[in-house]
Design a protein. Sequence first.
Length: 204
Amino acid sequence: MSRPIRIGLTGGIASGKSTVADLFVDLGVTVIDTDVIAREVVEPGKPALDEIRDIFGASVLQSNGTLDRGAMRQIIFSDDAKRHRLESILHPKIQDETLRQAEAATGDYMIIVVPLLANSALRDQMDRILVVDCDETVQIERLLARDTETEDQARRILAAQASREQRLAIADDVIENNSTLDAITTQVSAMHDRYVALANLPAS
């Protein structure tokens, strides 16, 4: 291809996407993370934060003017309409910045991390889709150990995302993350070799 191959990396919450992305970074691969971009577009002074405050009220801001992510999470995962409203504000801005970074990327291929790729307009911009997969029980255990207060809240978060079956249905490649870091590292190394080989296939 005349540009680096775009690999869309996705997976459910607490599936291990960040771990996998970091392993690709260790291999020298450009990684564009839409979660990072999502945090940047709501920084103080950015238009998205003003829109969020106007719609959801000042209670979703901390005393220093930054977004209170915990408060926002509680609102959107208990009300689908509010979640969709937030997405309508953020997703176009995230997509524009993601594509800007992708156009500037170099190398054989890049990894673009999109947690909600199954239902994202960015899906059409990918050449291949890599899904990090794990059992739902593992996701819930990780959420409870991380930042979720109750199992009910964890299950609501899972229910708000594409299902495991939907993610696997769009996958070109899968990394299984139910076990150890060594096992994931081996899989990432194999994927890296595959993507480099694909990028260097003779043009047909």
